[in-house]
Write a protein that binds this ligand. Structure first.
Ligand code: PLP
Length: 469
């Protein structure tokens, strides 16, 4: 086993083993616990062995069983965070992407991959009602948001040569943590991110946004961008995009839409996303609401020249010698990344295999599942719905029967217990300082019967805890 090359027949045998393992895993997903029974220490002990000096050969693959057993499965009853369910046709494409090992830097390095990615970006943008937008795939929404704010900064307050000047960005108090993180990384400073309060539906309050911009302007500061969120991470609320776009137009500000969670739902419910096509840039996460395996993020932008202004800084070794606009194209002129995986292949194959209608149908089912859970919560006297359900996130909590119970602590303990019970997986949110249980539906495997498991599990967890106290 001293040499690395693998014969074609060994590859075929091993690939067959892996696909059998994967197919059995998928077939058994419904019967699996939603979180494995394992402690941190046990998991580290299992994978902490010394790496072998001499290869194990096919026996190396036996340990994959342990990886599978200790993984948190993409179960039909996984409702935590905002995490897509891993569509298997896309997973097969990922295998091929690794075999092809295209470095999707530039057309001359990866002709099929670059052409496919550019065409897919155009088609996806058009399907969302944003024809003519450009863009690229990236690791996820956080990276897309970072690149968008870098573009906004360079368009409005150029910093690439002389360094950063102070400038102010606006987002709602419900904005994702990747926005303050981007402010910090870009040297703009988190203190220059104004978190605008939200209305009763957790949407950015536009008149307060206007006041904040005006106040900063009259104090001599330099507002330069607004981040609207279409699908906030806590409740799925959609900021008033069209009104924010009008304000950005009026004040000449860059408008970015963080659509990492929600904007892809415009494929199924475009009427909820009026104003999406007024943005200068939009983050999307096909690894959330197009069910793609991680990682699969997208940044769309209206003006490719703005992307080049922010990111084009090409070493001589990478300069294209080609005048043909297609053959001379390089993603690294329009993106922070240089070496890039062939991420578009999985989405392309998955969309081609199932068709757009199937994806619209699955998103529609997620939207219905959220309404169904909201009804079931509303029908339960011990549960309280904590926010309107704008998309597919449902925030709720248990109300104790007796006075004097710390409901935040009780609900936090309940979440831990629900996860330990292993039948459904929920996560949490904090709304107005109050702890909420949260179920988010971006899962193509979920059925109504799976949704119906949530309320009984939550109530059972509460009963167990109250009986123990
Ligand atoms: C609204 C929003 N923006 C950005 C992100 C970050 O996306 P990623 O985890 O792909 O970096 C998330 C993740 O949940 C999100 O919900």
């Amino acid at each position: 086993m001293a040499a690395l090359p693998l014969s074609a027949s060994d590859f075929r045998t091993l690939a067959a083993q892996v696909t059998t393992l994967a197919a059995e895993y998928i077939a058994g997903l419904d019967g699996r616990r939603t979180f494995p029974r394992v402690s941190g220490a046990q998991s580290h002990k299992l994978f902490g062995e010394v790496l072998p000096e001499n290869g194990l050969g096919p026996a190396a693959f036996t340990a994959l069983h342990e990886v599978l057993e200790l993984s948190r499965p993409p179960s039909p009853r996984f409702f935590g965070y905002v995490l897509g369910s891993g569509e298997p046709v896309a997973a097969l494409a990922d295998l091929l992407a690794s075999v092809l090992n295209q470095n999707v830097t530039a057309w001359r390095s990866a002709p099929a991959a670059v052409a496919l990615e550019r065409e897919l970006i155009g088609a996806l943008a058009a399907a969302l009602g944003c024809p003519g937008y450009h863009g690229s795939f990236c690791g996820g929404g956080s990276m897309a948001n970072l690149m968008a704010l870098a573009m906004a900064r360079e368009a409005q307050l150029p910093a690439n040569e002389d360094g950063v000047r102070a400038g102010v960005v606006y987002a709602s108090s419900e904005a994702h943590m990747s926005i303050p993180k981007a402010m910090a990384v870009l040297g703009l400073g988190r203190k220059n991110l104004r978190l605008i309060p939200t209305d009763a539906s957790w949407r950015m309050n536009v008149s307060q946004l206007r006041q904040a911009i005006a106040a900063d302007r009259s104090a001599g500061r330099a507002p330069f961008a607004v981040v609207a969120t279409s699908g906030t991470v806590n409740t799925g609320s959609i900021d008033p995009l069209a009104q924010i776009a009008a304000l950005c137009h009026e004040y000449d500000l860059w408008m970015h839409i963080d659509g990492a969670y929600g904007a892809l739902a415009a494929l199924a419910a475009p009427e909820r996303f009026e104003g999406l096509n007024a943005a200068d840039s939009i983050s999307l996460d096909p690894h959330k609401w197009l069910y793609q395996p991680l990682d699969c993020g997208v940044l769309l932008f209206r003006d490719a020249a703005a992307a080049r202004k922010a990111f084009s800084y090409t070493g001589d070794y990478a300069k294209s010698l080609d005048d043909d606009p297609l053959e001379g194209f390089a993603f690294f002129e329009e993106s922070l990344e240089l070496s890039r995986r062939f991420r578009a292949l999985k989405l392309w194959l998955s969309l081609r295999y199932h068709g757009m209608q199937a994806f619209r149908g699955a998103i529609g089912a997620d939207l219905r599942h959220a309404q169904l859970l909201a009804q079931q919560v509303a029908a339960s006297p011990r549960l309280e719905l904590m926010a309107p359900v704008s998309l597919s996130a449902v925030c709720f909590r248990y109300r104790a029967e007796t006075a004097g119970v710390d409901e935040d602590r009780l609900n936090a303990a309940m979440l831990k217990r629900v996860i330990e019970r292993g039948s459904v997986y929920l996560s949490n949110a904090t709304l107005g300082g109050r702890f909420a249980l949260r179920a988010c539906f971006v899962n193509h495997r979920t059925t109504e019967a799976d949704v119906a498991r949530i309320v009984p599990e939550v109530l059972a967890a509460a009963q167990e805890l109250l009986a123990e106290s």
